[in-house]
Design a protein around this ligand. Structure first.
Ligand code: PLP
Length: 499
């Protein structure tokens, strides 16, 4: 035996990190799987969320573990200290931010993907084909041409950033990748609405164009971008020498779920020769629902679409996606020649375009597998029905709010978002949101609409039903009454909330 290997082996029990006793490992693995399944199946028995106790938090300020620990002990620590204090978005009472609920099937697919440990940066292997299958499905769903490209990314924040970069390279030419954006870059102007997600502005910052180059156009009463104001701003900018290059429309704003007039924006962008990007983080997947899809009319004209499978698509985190109409422009924005990434005609290094040519990542996980399992096992009809149902539940919540004199509706109900408040001041409403979250009964979030604090319910989880809406309303009323000195609290806590 080579002396170097012998010396290295003398200091550790075994060379590889595989279990020494596979049958013991298997028993524990099955227990973990069983308990994870139990956790999902019995999710209603738990509080939506609970504050992290100080000792639990403190347990995670430990020293670097130089020595080995038993897997069983590490798992126990996870089961006792991590799992109970998760965000809560698996729970049907979670209506806070736009978080997907995940599915048991998605969980299994994640496990299978981890077993394969595939790297989807490129090369010729079947996981790349699975991602290609999803890209092809997205092309068809959004009526994009065969030459369109797509890629999985962490989330829509990343997909929006990449869209800005593709649009930037398209406007300035690929030489800008070498020379920097320079003086021409300083003249670029992008447009979005006041209601757009904050990551659009951040994308302009990270892309080196600066947030000042993003014009935030006013919205109408329904929170849709004012297309006339957009047209006027573009004209003004051209007049003074700016180069309008990008419009980011929203298909489902994060505050109230508004969908911009995508057709009108598409037309304007075509006339003006401006890149038309749609932030469809959650809203784009309404395309699965025949009754909701018409609201997205015009999305098929976009130059690029960003969306998240991990929101309404119910795929476990994370699974963002970017679709680009002109696959060649997409490639030109990111591809880089490198000897170690050379493409060959045959063998493992075959394949013309690799995913690493379409984004900043080289090593990439197999996000496509959990998405493929989700789309295949449920089918888009069923997923579309889930999406439509969450919109129906939002309408139900709207009805409950309108029927209750102590509550006030703050925005029109679009898609799955309801913004309302208890008839009291901002401070009281802020307390109510925290009270409800800490009760474990439901988890709404908040936003500010026209300067007023709003309780926001985003209904995304496929497990949510009328009883969860009723529980939210009851909790808001009870805590509101208590905060305003109007009555006793009678919220029924779920079984484990007291622990
Ligand atoms: C969630 C969301 C984003 C950000 O997506 P991430 O997946 O969290 O990065 C962007 N835009 C809208 C409209 C969103 O709802």
């Amino acid at each position: 035996m080579n002396e170097i290997i012998r010396n290295a082996q003398s200091s550790v029990a075994q060379a590889s990190l595989d279990p020494q006793d596979w049958s013991e490992f298997r028993r524990l693995a099955h227990r973990m799987l069983d308990e994870t399944i139990d956790g999902i199946a019995n999710i209603r028995a738990r509080p939506v969320w609970q504050p992290i106790p100080d000792d639990v938090r403190a347990a995670f300020k430990a020293d670097v573990p130089r020595e080995a620990s038993d897997l069983a002990d590490v798992y126990r620590e996870f089961a006792e200290h991590v799992a109970p204090y998760a965000t809560g978005n698996v729970h049907p009472g979670f209506m806070g931010w736009v978080h997907g609920g995940g599915t048991a099937i998605g969980m299994l697919a994640e496990m299978l993907a981890a077993g394969l440990n595939a790297n989807l940066g490129g090369r010729d292997h079947m996981p790349i084909e699975v991602e290609g299958q999803i890209v092809a499905w997205m092309r068809r769903l959004f009526d994009f041409p065969e030459s369109a490209s797509g890629i999985f990314v962490t989330g829509t924040s990343m997909a929006n950033l990449m869209a800005v970069l593709v649009a930037r390279t398209s406007a300035l030419g690929t030489l800008a990748r070498q020379h920097g954006v320079g003086n021409d870059g300083a003249l670029l102007a992008a447009y979005t609405s006041q209601a757009a997600h904050g990551c659009v502005s951040r994308a302009m910052d990270i892309a080196g164009l600066g947030t000042d180059a993003l014009r935030k156009i006013d919205v109408d009463a329904d929170h849709r971008i004012d297309v006339d104001a957009l047209r006027a701003q573009i004209a003004v900018d051209r007049e003074v020498g700016f180069k309008p290059f990008l419009v980011v429309a929203s298909a489902g704003t994060v505050d109230i779920g508004a969908i911009d007039d995508l057709k009108a924006i598409a037309e304007l962008c075509r006339e003006e020769e401006i890149w038309f990007h749609v932030d469809g983080a959650f809203g784009a997947l309404a395309i699965f629902s025949p009754e909701l899809a018409p609201m997205l009319g015009g999305i098929e004209l976009a130059d690029s679409i960003a969306l998240d499978f991990h929101k309404w698509g119910q795929v476990p985190y994370d699974a963002g996606f970017l679709l680009v109409r002109d696959g060649e422009l997409h490639r030109q924005a990111f591809a880089q020649p490198a000897a170690y990434l050379r493409r060959e005609a045959r063998g493992l290094a075959a394949g013309a375009v690799w995913p690493c040519d379409l984004g900043p990542d080289l090593s990439r996980g197999f996000r496509a597998l959990k998405t493929w399992f989700t789309l295949k096992t449920f089918g888009t009809d069923r997923l579309g029905a889930v999406i439509a149902r969450s919109c129906a539940l939002a309408k139900y919540l709207e009805t409950r709010v309108l029927a209750e004199p102590r509550l006030e509706l703050l925005a029109p109900v679009n898609l799955n978002m309801v913004c309302f408040r208890y008839r009291a001041d901002d401070a009281v409403n802020r307390e109510i949101v925290a009270d409800v979250q800490e009760s474990g009964v439901a988890a709404p979030s908040s936003t500010t609409l026209d300067g007023r604090f709003a309780i926001r319910a985003a209904i995304v989880n496929h497990r949510t039903d009328e009883t969860d809406i009723d529980a939210l309303v009851a909790a808001v009323l009870e805590f509101g009454a208590r905060r305003t000195g109007g009555g006793l609290i009678e919220v029924e806590a779920p079984p484990l909330a007291a622990q």
